[in-house]
Design a protein around this ligand. Structure first.
Ligand SMILES: NC(=O)c1ccc[n+]([C@@H]2O[C@H](COP(=O)([O-])OP(=O)(O)OC[C@H]3O[C@@H](n4cnc5c(N)ncnc54)[C@H](O)[C@@H]3O)[C@@H](O)[C@H]2O)c1
Length: 365
């Protein structure tokens, strides 16, 4: 039987989740809710589901998992409501605004006997899963380093209501960091130490879309940072995340380097994409190195044709099968701890999640 889903928050990103759920038979959206009742009603009508108040949705016994698609500042509070109603949580990123709030969510869930899953779930698509499969399978030898570079000029250029991107829980580190860091933790292992510099850029920002178009954007978070991450196994990643980059030529840029080759990882903000492998086996001269090509690698792992919501599908299947789910609260908490350390100028990291099992190559169904 399909697992009953409730969705709280029917803004911009909810569309992508609905599109994914339409491709699966294992999940049924029973109802949606939003502080903005009109928006919830419109989305419900467009997607053939019911609109309810948050309280009604949480009391509905057909709903087993609640998807929290509210803005970052509301994540912890809404998660706590979901957990108190005895339902499993699947939440958008970041897990919470800070590590204590993230720990509190996990403690509440454990006490209530429910599970927490969190975005991003992009790493369950074929692009990053195939990359993880290659690295764990030894195709680049011993991985020792990675580079992750992401920049844009800022979401106020396109988002109709982008204020939250510049308040706590936003900024490039907490907004885009989850995609890169979640993939990096799967590729190179948990992070044990962060060194970082917040890059001070003070440019006037103006809303480019939505009701506040033309007005200045209030900013209270770092808008660019560069960091060095030391992973538990000794590998080192350099990562730059920025809302200050005009034109973003050649970005995103995401490569992993090993003793026997290099891997270009597809954009971890999306689900597919083709990894490029530079296999250095047998190369001993500069001519051989130049002759050897980066080769595209066909998918060997992950959900084919995935979209936002895969983590929820995996959560529902994992609950039924009694196994750990992959986009776990523990993984999201670790990523949150790393992101907080990047914005703080560096720190030792104490959390250390287990590696998520690779998803065998499969359809959504
Ligand atoms: N927009 C994107 O491209 C995108 C991509 C990936 C992830 N996300 C994440 O998804 C989340 C939502 O982003 P969005 O772009 O959809 O934002 P949005 O502002 O378009 O929508 C958020 C919705 O949540 C509702 N809401 C806020 N607090 C609430 C509460 N306490 N109870 C009920 N409803 C509440 C708002 O009324 C709004 O309709 C954020 O965490 C964001 O980081 C967004």
């Amino acid at each position: 039987m399909a697992t009953g889903i409730g969705i709280i928050g029917t803004g911009v990103i909810s569309r992508q989740y609905f599109d994914t759920f339409a491709k699966t038979s294992g999940l049924k959206v029973v109802a949606v809710a939003d502080l903005d009742l009109e928006r919830a009603g419109q989305v419900a009508a467009a997607r053939g589901t019911a609109a309810m108040t948050v309280e009604q949705l949480l009391a509905d016994e057909r709903i087993e998992i609640v998807l929290n698609l509210t803005v970052p500042a509301a994540h912890a509070e809404v998660d706590a409501q979901i957990i108190a109603a005895g339902k499993h949580v699947c939440a958008e990123k970041p897990l919470a605004l800070d590590v204590p709030s993230g720990l509190d969510i996990l403690a509440r869930a454990e006490a209530a006997g429910v599970r927490v899953a969190s975005a991003p779930d992009t790493f369950l698509g074929t692009g990053v899963q195939t990359s993880i499969d290659l690295v764990r399978g030894g195709r680049i030898g011993e991985p020792f380093a990675a580079t992750a570079l992401w920049g844009s000029a800022g979401p106020e250029l396109w988002h109709p209501n982008p204020g939250f991107y510049y308040q706590p829980g936003g900024g490039p580190v907490l907004d885009m960091g989850p995609y890169y860091l979640t993939a990096l933790v799967q590729l190179l292992g948990p992070v044990r130490r962060v060194q970082s510099s917040v890059i001070p850029v003070r440019r006037e920002r103006v809303f480019g879309a939505g009701p506040a178009a033309g007005k200045p954007v209030p900013v209270s978070v770092p808008t660019a940072a560069a960091a060095i991450l030391e992973h538990e196994g000794g590998a080192v990643t350099s990562v730059t995340l920025s809302f200050e980059t005009w034109g973003h030529n050649n970005e995103p840029f995401f490569e992993v380097y090993g003793t026997a080759g290099s891997l270009r990882v597809p954009d971890p903000n999306w689900f597919d994409g083709v990894p490029l492998l530079y296999d250095a086996s047998g190369v001993v001269t500069a001519a051989q190195e130049a002759e050897r090509k980066w080769e595209p690698v066909q998918p060997s792992a992950g959900f084919i044709g995935g979209g936002r919501g895969l983590g929820l599908l995996d959560l529902a299947e994992s609950i039924k099968a009694g196994r750990p789910h992959r986009a776990s609260g523990e993984l999201a908490l670790h990523v949150l701890e790393v992101m907080a350390a990047i914005n703080a100028g560096g720190a030792e990291i104490s959390s250390s999640p287990a590696a998520a099992e690779i998803v065998g190559l499969r359809e959504l169904n």
